[in-house]
Design a binder for this molecule. Structure first.
Ligand code: C2E
Ligand code: MG
Ligand code: MG
Ligand code: MG
Length: 280
């Protein structure tokens, strides 16, 4: 009987597995057409200075409205896209859409910055620098308005990423940020050699403040590290007034999170944040 059960279980698992593989396969096929079918769009999450409360910029986050499955979260489809060259097309679409959006916004808030997430594969592909340069020229956006975000784990991934960062990024005049900081394995000695201007404290450390003493200690040390290296430091995932006060007192520069706003459409971002800025 044990044997039967074992076999049933085995069959059950293989069935599950096949289903998952074919579902992923189908999702990838759909993703290939998502751009042309206009199913991708950007949402924007504002970032504020903790010292002054002033709007600093916004991070653009990709969304996929699938015709049958509804909204597919980026944590599901971006890893899928990263398994093939699909991420290059999607990443390019994001760069283009975000820079075009900034062209319209920069006149209204001259210091506004757009944070754009990049996948490490985009850095190792040929022509990224030239592409960014020509998009900035085409839309009349200065490179200092664009804060590129690379995850800490992505940064450590390959030589090509290192080369791009060392040679191209700085000469373009773009701002570079390490996203999800504290969750990867970057060596501290390498940190000071990278041409970055910003660290983003991962949400996993912020979310349990004040309950988790370890997270408090980790967050404080990341802020201390950033200040020591003269890097700007951003906390993501700020959800409560307590967390805001803690971060301000600990010396964090910028905050982003549901406490201020969820990511919103470009139109909503304009009415909520750019209009009020103009009237002030
Ligand atoms: P990320 O870059 O670390 O973005 C922050 C994520 O935290 C976003 O999730 C955002 O919606 C969420 N978030 C912000 N504040 C809060 C908060 O207060 N509470 C909670 N619970 N969540 C908060 P999202 O939009 O689902 O994106 C997930 C990840 O997908 C991003 O993490 C980023 O790594 C990736 N991603 C999103 N858009 C792009 C893109 O255009 N290109 C690439 N390569 N990756 C992207
Ligand atoms: Mg990010
Ligand atoms: Mg992050
Ligand atoms: Mg993250």
């Amino acid at each position: 009987r044990a044997k039967d059960q074992g076999r049933n279980r085995y069959e059950y698992y293989t069935h599950e597995l096949t289903l998952q593989v074919s579902q992923r396969f189908r999702l990838e096929g759909d993703l290939r057409h998502a751009i042309e079918r206009r199913e991708l769009y950007l949402v924007w999450q504002p970032q504020f200075s903790l010292a002054s409360g002033e709007l600093i910029g916004a991070e653009c986050l990709l969304r996929w409205q699938h015709p049958e499955h509804g909204l597919v979260p980026p944590d599901e489809f971006i890893p899928l896209a990263e398994e093939s060259d699909l991420i290059l097309f999607i990443g390019d679409w994001v760069l283009c859409a975000a820079i075009a959006q900034m062209a319209g916004w920069q006149a209204r808030v001259p210091s506004l910055k757009a944070s754009i997430n990049l996948s490490p594969r985009q850095l190792s592909a040929a022509g990224l620098s030239q592409r960014i340069r020509s998009l900035l020229e085409q839309y009349g956006v200065s490179p200092g308005r664009i804060q590129l975000e690379l995850t800490e784990s992505g940064l450590m991934e390959s030589q090509a990423v290192n080369a791009w960062l060392g040679q191209e990024a700085a000469s373009l005049g773009l701002l570079l940020s390490i996203d999800d900081f504290g969750t990867g394995y970057s060596s501290l000695s390498r940190l000071k050699t990278l041409p970055i201007n910003q660290l983003k404290i991962d949400r996993s450390f912020v979310k349990d403040i004040p309950d988790d003493e370890n997270d408090i200690a980790i967050t404080r040390s990341i802020i201390g590290l950033a200040r020591g290296l003269e890097l700007e430091v951003v906390a993501e995932g700020v959800e409560t007034a307590y967390q805001e006060r803690f971060l301000r007192e600990a010396g964090c520069d910028i905050a982003q999170g549901y406490y201020y706003s969820r990511p919103v459409s470009a139109a909503e971002f304009e009415t909520r944040y750019l209009r009020s800025q103009k009237e002030e």
